[in-house]
Design a protein around this ligand. Structure first.
Ligand code: BF8
Ligand code: SF4
Length: 630
């Protein structure tokens, strides 16, 4: 076996520097250059103390001008901005979930989309009290999808999936009016509350932020995850690779980027067909390589083992290799910069969703009815573009790591059954995992999630924190760009067990898992909620008592704030490495870092010193253990 070692951030950076040299040759712009142009950032914006929600403003709060023209103080302004930020994220995740509901609604035995996990479909139909006996699977898919779509606009009642939480959590939500109603209503109520002349009381604004977040986590995102599993299969452990070295010089390289697996799944399906491979050969290539960037990459990696070319701040790098025939995108986290950048190379930048339309792209509108036809058109465009490569610009950094991915909640429960000597639990509970935790073999778990952000040296926080935590016998579950940072470093290679503490190392050996478990995309953080809920129910504890915390050290998007709100709203303390534009208000800071405990038994910690952030998480996990007497 070849010698294993982690790839360092310095090596990532050297590879990027080499690619930027190519960029400089062709006059390409880069995020690294734009960061310089944008620094220093506006202080008012950074502290959240600028209000522009009515045209009497914009109003900026200073010592001399402590109130806006309407009389709103700094706490109200920061609070409203925070709520709007959250609503943006909840809307985005949830609308993704809605698209998946529509795809499921369109699934048919002879259509583009099929049901790959009928068992999960039946399980959810039963969970929702629907009649399943004697029904055709597609009739049932249709009904479940419709029922899911109703969750967005139903006039009465709260989200159906809230019932998955332990009763103690449900009670907290009821008592504190945090239980989310229809998803769209929570988003629009947030915008209503943050309108000029509505709420300016920080408590009310944060409470609504949590409720809107919960409508995402236990609503839109959870449907996004579950229905994607029904359509494309529930992930199981699978081997793949990560980092730019997964692109293959002799092949047509198609990079999928975005979030909605309806597109990427279909592209993978088509690119795998013998006709397309033959066509690629006809055009002078050896074959076709699909790789991914951002969350859609996580989706197809988890289900198909499609390699991950990189995470958020690596999206320009795939074009800079000069070997990318097409970067095909759907929605979210796509740099508009890809338009002008692709023009410097032969790369086709193909947008596909009316939701994410960008200048300098070729728009191929994608929908469930024409999915196969459009995916074929896109793959052909890429193949025919192979001959337009400029060989002198081609350079793919030969850097990649192996990764075992595909750890859905179902898969985690299954693999950890192998750890203890207890009989395999046929109902598939989390008891073996709980035994590892109570015995102290594992000290706890951290859910590492979120983006890259140039404000933090990209990937360093994710990787360093993970190394520190696993060395302390804390298992990591990861998603989104955090998971990809781990995979690129080698932390999802099973051989990474050697950098763990003795307890975690033993668990990795017995269960044959890497110390960092890839749970999927950002909507798949709903898997983490289900796992936490199951752990709490199986142990008879409240979620907030579990030695488990969440962490987003490099986050940047509105979606990440929505996630943060639902993670604390679900009882898990959350550790942030980037400030959520709230530092301008002492009252908002106090509520976010402490006050929310009263409603949901968890709060945020913001700490930009990454080493300290790690210490604080370990401390918190040990505190929780001590409180339980374990
Ligand atoms: O939803 S982690 S940069 S890709 S927002 Fe975006 Fe952040 Fe990556 Fe996925 Ni999530
Ligand atoms: Fe200024 Fe008030 Fe208008 Fe905001 S709502 S811009 S603080 S006047």
């Amino acid at each position: 076996m070849s010698e294993f070692r982690l790839t360092t951030v310095e090596e990532f950076e050297a590879a990027t520097a080499r690619l930027l040299e190519t960029g400089a040759k062709v006059g390409a712009d880069s995020w690294q250059a734009r960061v310089k142009n944008q620094t220093p950032h506006c202080k008012f914006g950074e502290e959240g103390i600028c209000c522009r929600i009515c045209t009497m403003g914009p109003c900026r709060i200073t010592k001399k001008a402590p109130r806006g023209i309407c009389g709103c103080d700094v706490h109200g302004i920061v609070g409203r901005n925070y709520l709007k930020f959250t609503a943006g994220g909840a809307a985005t995740h949830s609308d993704h979930g809605r698209e998946i509901c529509h795809t499921l609604y369109e699934a048919s035995a002879d259509g583009c989309y099929k049901v790959k996990d009928p068992e999960k479909l039946i399980r959810i139909a039963n969970e929702w009290g629907m009649e399943t006996e004697g029904k055709d699977i597609y009739e049932l898919a249709h009904e479940v999808a419709l029922e899911g779509l109703m969750e967005y606009g139903k006039p009465f009642g709260t989200q159906r999936f809230l019932k998955r939480a332990p009763e103690s959590q449900q009670k907290l939500w009821e008592e504190n009016e945090l239980a989310p109603h229809a998803i769209d209503r929570e988003v629009s109520r947030s915008l209503h509350m943050a309108h000029m002349g509505c709420s300016s009381k920080p408590e009310a604004l944060v409470k609504q932020s949590i409720r809107a977040g919960l409508s995402d986590g236990w609503g839109g995102s959870m449907m996004g995850t579950e229905f994607s599993d029904i359509l494309f299969g529930t992930p199981k452990p699978i081997e793949t690779e990560a980092n730019l070295g997964v692109m293959v010089e002799e092949n047509v390289n198609i990079v999928v980027h975005g979030h909605d697996p309806s597109l990427s799944e279909m592209i993978c399906e088509v690119a795998d067909s013998p006709e397309m491979i033959a066509y690629a050969k006809e055009q002078g290539a050896k074959g076709i390589t699909i790789s991914g960037v951002c969350c859609t990459s996580n989706e197809v990696a988890m289900r198909r083992g499609i390699p991950m070319a990189g995470n958020f701040l690596q999206q320009e790098n795939v074009v800079l290799t000069g070997a990318c025939e097409a970067i095909v995108v759907d929605v979210q986290c796509i740099f508009p910069a890809l338009g002008p950048l692709s023009k410097c190379f032969h790369t086709k930048f193909i947008t596909t969703s009316p939701i994410a339309q960008m200048p300098d792209s070729e728009f191929v509108r994608f929908d469930a009815h024409t999915a196969l036809e459009k995916a074929t058109q896109i793959v052909k465009m890429a193949i025919e573009n192979f001959k337009n490569r400029k060989p002198e610009l081609v350079h793919i950094p030969q850097m990649k790591q192996k990764a075992t991915v595909g750890y859905s909640t179902e898969a985690i429960v299954k693999v950890l059954d192998g750890v203890t000597n207890s009989q395999v639990d046929e109902t598939g509970t989390t008891k073996p995992l709980l035994q590892c935790i109570t015995s102290g073999v594992l000290r706890g778990a951290v859910a590492m999630v979120g983006c890259n952000n140039p404000k933090v040296r990209p990937d360093l926080a994710h990787i360093e924190l993970m190394k520190k935590l696993v060395a302390n016998d804390i298992i990591i579950i990861a998603s989104g760009c955090s998971a990809q940072a781990a995979a690129k470093a080698g932390l999802m290679d099973k051989r990474a067990k050697d950098i763990c503490g003795d307890g975690l190392k033993r668990v990795c050996e017995l269960a044959d898992i890497p110390p960092v478990l890839h749970m999927g995309s950002c909507v798949d953080i709903s898997r983490m909620l289900v796992l936490a809920a199951t752990l709490a129910k199986d142990s008879g504890l409240r979620i907030s008592q579990l030695p488990v915390v969440g962490c987003a050290p490099e986050w940047m998007s509105e979606k990440a704030v929505s996630i943060g709100n639902y993670v604390i709203g679900s009882g898990l303390d959350t550790y942030l490495g980037v400030d959520p534009y709230a530092s301008g208000s002492s009252e908002m800071l106090e509520i976010l870092t402490n006050g929310t405990r009263e409603w949901c038994e968890a709060a945020f910690t913001v700490e930009k010193d990454i080493d300290k952030l790690g210490d604080l998480m370990i401390e918190r996990i040990e505190e929780k253990r001590a409180a339980l007497g374990i």
